[in-house]
Design a protein around this ligand. Structure first.
Ligand code: 6PG
Length: 240
């Protein structure tokens, strides 16, 4: 049974997801004194980040023990308006006392394959054999992509690497992305989906046949973890 929470709008989604992140952070900190969090890019998470940054919730997490990563990055400099790092920095990270050395940015300004290899080396240095993220936030694109795993992407079949780079025709950009190998090691995945434009493809992804080449979000099936979907009413319109 798919775990779905439908909210009236993006603002309410932000409230609920921010509280869920706090809850998972507290559980991880109680269990192993650290919280490894992977942030999503795009625009949808902005409401969640802004809510989480507000003192009444932020105060509930020991940010000194939090380690932040990205699920993907556009291959642009960190100050570029398209940068996922920049969005998270502006909406969330600048307000939190996370030690800078615990914020692991994907270097979008470097050659894509070099940035991917460097990120992978960092993850392997930190995690060893298995990249066990406590929580991974993911978005969902109108074409069914998630992170930068787009339909037909070679990264969908990559079983060797945790991080890869690919040129994405759909957005005319190079992207660096965690691969399914890495994403599916997460303890908890939370998809954040908002907007009517996503309704059709979301219904297909959640209720249609398993076809990850066409609907990459379907490939996210944690080997030992949970998946929750947070969907606003507009995006949930076509769900049975
Ligand atoms: C990115 C994201 C991507 C995003 C979806 C949804 O770098 O763009 O990782 O997977 O989550 O495209 O984007 P919106 O939230 O802007 O609709």
């Amino acid at each position: 049974m798919t775990d779905i929470t439908i909210t009236p709008d993006g603002q309410k989604q932000g409230e609920i997801v921010a509280r869920f992140i706090v809850e998972r952070a507290q559980a991880a900190l109680a269990d192993h004194r650290r919280f490894f969090l992977v942030l999503a890019g795009g625009e949808t998470p902005r409401a969640t980040y802004a809510r989480l940054a507000r003192p009444d919730l932020a105060i509930r997490v020991d940010w000194e023990r939090v380690f932040v990563f990205w699920g993907d990055e556009r291959c642009v400099p960190p100050d570029d308006p398209a940068s996922n790092y920049r969005m998270a920095q502006e909406a969330l990270l600048q307000y939190l006392p996370i030690p800078p050395e615990q914020i692991f940015r994907i270097r979008g300004e470097d050659p894509p394959e070099q940035a991917a290899a460097a990120y992978e080396a960092t993850l392997r240095r930190l995690f060893g054999e298995i990249p066990r993220f406590d929580m991974v936030l993911l978005g969902f694109g109108e074409d069914g992509h998630t992170a930068s795993l787009f339909p037909g992407s070679p990264l969908l079949k990559d079983r060797a690497r945790w991080v890869g780079a690919a040129y994405v025709d759909a957005v005319q950009q190079w992207r660096v992305s965690l691969t399914p190998e890495a994403l599916n090691q997460a303890a908890q995945v939370a998809f954040l989906v908002a907007g009517a434009r996503k309704a059709d493809r979301l219904a297909e992804a959640l209720q249609g046949a398993y076809h990850p080449e066409r609907l990459p979000a379907q490939i996210i099936r944690p080997v030992d973890g949970e998946v929750k979907w947070f969907i606003d009413a507009a995006a949930a319109e076509m769900l049975r």
